[in-house]
Design a protein around this ligand. Structure first.
Ligand code: NAD
Length: 345
């Protein structure tokens, strides 16, 4: 079955999702949207993605051709061609857009900038692929929640109980964003606990977790500093936890000192070295020498490439919702073999 996918919003996440869909053998990009003429229109056209307008307003649609971009129509026309739409609009547009998708009678996926309540179903491949099977609407959780899921879900599945406290050290802005900050400050999120930990419970309700967050002046990654209490009588060692993560898809565990990868700068340099588009790193990076189990208490750090860890999750979510691949690991393998080729890892 070939799945027809529309992408509404062609920004940081949207352009990556479009390329990832395009790389799969079981799905096709039927169109992407832009709000108005811009370089992104040229990019979409050069990649052979049919271009549509985010609105149905005729004057707005006409603007594209006035600037030399062939626009195939408004959002309603695009939705009419699709089986499923991946909404990659800026956060908080959910209610408005969801109504359009429901009117068009197609399935829809939102991103982590929207609230869980919008779809009532939040998703990451390793936590709850099954619950999204044949679903009509879902939200792929944020980059941070995806990161927490990748390491905490396998641990929880293996030991049945986890109490987690974590601090999210967040990048101030994406590299292509000139409007966000801080640029010379460390800014604590004063809503305590922060929403990040709570959000993990939307995909794995059994994990008990609280989080704090601070924004720091960097653009390339988030870092999580995590303390997790395992149940009494567990059989884990530091080494067996490292082994568990090494066997988990989309987690890279690497010794920082031995590899001279001791900060997010070197992690992202490695990501550029391995040669994926945009220098992306879809995996969560765990510093092996920063993992330590003392009694029941586990300490570790992980780094998240915020612009790309959710991209393969969107692809798996499409397959789950379209009811085509039930086994999450099989979907992960299909997705990653087409977009996560690398050299040197
Ligand atoms: P972005 O600002 O880079 O891109 C959003 C795109 O949507 C832009 O091209 C914008 O022109 C377009 N747009 C504006 N109004 C629209 C509308 N009404 N309908 C459709 N498109 C519209 O934003 P982004 O970083 O790609 O974020 C998209 C979503 O992904 C948000 O929910 C965000 O929280 C989430 N997310 C972002 C990141 C990240 O690091 N950037 C990581 C994970 C999840």
């Amino acid at each position: 079955m070939m799945i027809n996918v529309a992408i509404n919003g062609f920004g940081t996440i949207g352009k990556r999702v479009a390329d990832a869909v395009d790389a799969q053998e079981d799905m096709i990009v039927v169109g992407v949207t832009k709000t108005g003429p811009s370089f992104g229109c040229k990019l979409a056209i050069n990649k052979n993605f049919p271009l549509f307008c985010t609105s149905d307003d005729e004057e707005n649609i006409a603007l594209f051709s006035e600037h030399g971009y062939e626009c195939q129509g408004g959002i309603s026309t695009l939705l009419g061609l699709a089986d499923i739409v991946v909404d990659c609009s800026p956060g908080k547009m959910g209610n408005l857009n969801a109504q359009k998708y429901r009117n068009a009678g197609i399935k829809y996926i939102f991103q982590g900038g929207e609230k869980h309540e919008l779809t009532g179903l939040s998703y990451t491949s390793c936590a709850n692929h099954d619950s999204a099977f044949n679903a009509n609407a879902a939200r792929v959780v944020s980059c941070n929640t995806t990161g927490l899921s990748r390491t905490l879900v396998p641990l929880y599945d293996a030991c049945g109980q986890l109490d987690v406290e974590c601090t999210m050290i967040r990048r101030a802005a994406d590299p292509g964003d000139s409007t966000s900050g801080p640029i010379n400050a460390i800014k604590p999120v004063l809503k305590v606990p922060s929403h990040h930990g709570i959000d993990l419970m939307t995909v794995k309700p059994g994990i008990k977790i609280n989080s704090l967050a601070v924004a720091v002046p960097t653009t390339i990654m988030h870092v999580h500093s995590i303390i997790a209490d395992l149940p009494e009588g567990h059989n884990f060692t530091t080494e067996s936890i490292i082994e568990l993560w090494k066997n988990q898809p989309r987690v890279i565990v690497m010794n920082g000192s031995e590899n001279r990868i001791t900060s997010t700068a070197e992690v992202m340099e490695m990501a550029r070295d391995i040669g994926r588009k945009w220098g992306d790193l879809h995996e969560i990076f765990v510093w092996e020498d920063g993992v330590s189990l003392k009694g029941n208490r586990l300490y570790y750090f992980q780094a998240i490439h915020q612009e790309s860890d959710v991209i393969p999750e969107n692809i798996d979510c499409i397959r789950a919702m379209m009811g085509t691949v039930k086994d999450w690991k099989k979907s992960v393998e299909m997705t990653d073999s087409s977009i996560s080729k690398y050299y040197g890892l």
